[in-house]
Design a binder for this molecule. Sequence first.
Ligand SMILES: Cc1cc2nc3c(=O)[nH]c(=O)nc-3n(C[C@H](O)[C@H](O)[C@H](O)COP(=O)(O)OP(=O)(O)OC[C@H]3O[C@@H](n4cnc5c(N)ncnc54)[C@H](O)[C@@H]3O)c2cc1C
Length: 432
Amino acid sequence: MQSIVIVGGGVAGLELATRLGRRLGARHRERVILIDSAPTHFWKPLLHAVAAGTIDPADHMIDYARQAIDNHFTFVCGEVVHVDRACRTLTVRSRFDDAPDAHTVIDYERLVLAYGSVTNFFGIPGAQEHCLALDSVKGAEAFRQRFLGLCAQAGRRRNARTDAGAPLLDIVIVGAGPTGIELAADLRHTVDTLAHYGLAGLESPHQVHIRIVERGPQVLPSLDAEASNLAVRKLRAMGIEICTDTAIAEVREDEVTTMDGRVFPAAITVWAAGVKGPRFSAGLNVALNRNDQVVVDSRLRSVTDPEIHAMGDCCTLLNPDKTAMAPPSAQAARQQAIYLATLLAHKAPDVLPGFQYRDYGTLVSLGRAGAVGILRRAIGNRHLHVKGPFALAMYGLTYQRHVMGHLGLVRMCGNLLARWFRSKMLMPVRWH
Ligand SMILES: Cc1cc2nc3c(=O)[nH]c(=O)nc-3n(C[C@H](O)[C@H](O)[C@H](O)COP(=O)(O)OP(=O)(O)OC[C@H]3O[C@@H](n4cnc5c(N)ncnc54)[C@H](O)[C@@H]3O)c2cc1C
């Protein structure tokens, strides 16, 4: 087998490196190289919980170096800054060495791109400058700190206010997909907890107003109308305002303007309304779609260069109507990684069929209000709606399956137990 270099150790990259390493064994450790700009892996679907302070990211990190030793692959910590397709080399900037020439050049025979996505602001004026985005642990932590700081400032100002019932802090979340909805629900939980303990300057949960603004007609468009309506009812019961059919025209430092002329105050605006490939994609000189994602064929090969594969959020697989065949989701990223692990290790890959995405459904956490979701083809061809604590338990299981896949059952259970004990000693939210 040729040597394989994987750029990005997210949901897709870590899954592929782990599966290939296990399949090839310790003797071929140097044939599978995983490169990531961070030393530890964090499961991106939990970022909303980091932003709301309901989890500590340090409790959920998987150390790449340890994974590499345990699963027989090589890990390089650094940012890939250049790909030379003619020479088949990558330039990697060291994570730990600040010197301007601290670059390493790595040869590849097969390259797998799995470097994820960044927030797509769709060129809306002011959005990039004034919105916070949940692209990384750093971004989610920045949100949490800004939120707590603004709560404290609002608390100081509250005595000077005459309109006692008015909110002291307005948060606007743009986008009613799973990211926006889960963030809103977790933030409500955080605000309730802070107010309950009289922390961060909050006396009542009503002092923070959360508004979700969605361009389309439906909240959670990946669900059907029944599940979506249930989510809306639960969110409204939590005091979260939802504005559908509302497109944003402009974002300013402290307010957003909608296309129909409404102005919403916003001390914090979070953009959770779409993703695109990072700027790095443009330097590859391979075919990209209009969202800067690498266009791949059904074997997840770049349509420009068959030696380059791409998977996860950084790629798009188009059907004959030129619409994407798999959404940018952890579910699709994992399925693509499993497919590529089989393809790349296969002696005769040409006999294998192309990648087919299978939608098993969607589960969305509403924090303490449980979860809502739909399990597709759960009973024969029929879909199953799930809600409440049962759905929340299933939602939790998808993450635990990810952890177990990498750490094994014993370490996964140990981790779970350790977090449970810690939760008995600490505040339910990280308020400092
Ligand atoms: C808040 C939030 C909630 C979500 N909830 C869900 C959900 O409930 N269900 C679901 O299915 N999906 C969800 N998603 C989407 C899901 O997280 C992504 O689709 C998935 O993580 C994509 O996996 P990936 O491997 O393509 O990229 P990522 O998981 O983003 O990993 C990319 C990796 O590449 C590394 N990297 C980037 N550039 C470079 C470079 N130049 N050099 C080296 N390394 C690099 C990064 O450090 C990162 O580790 C959510 C996303 C967010 C942000």
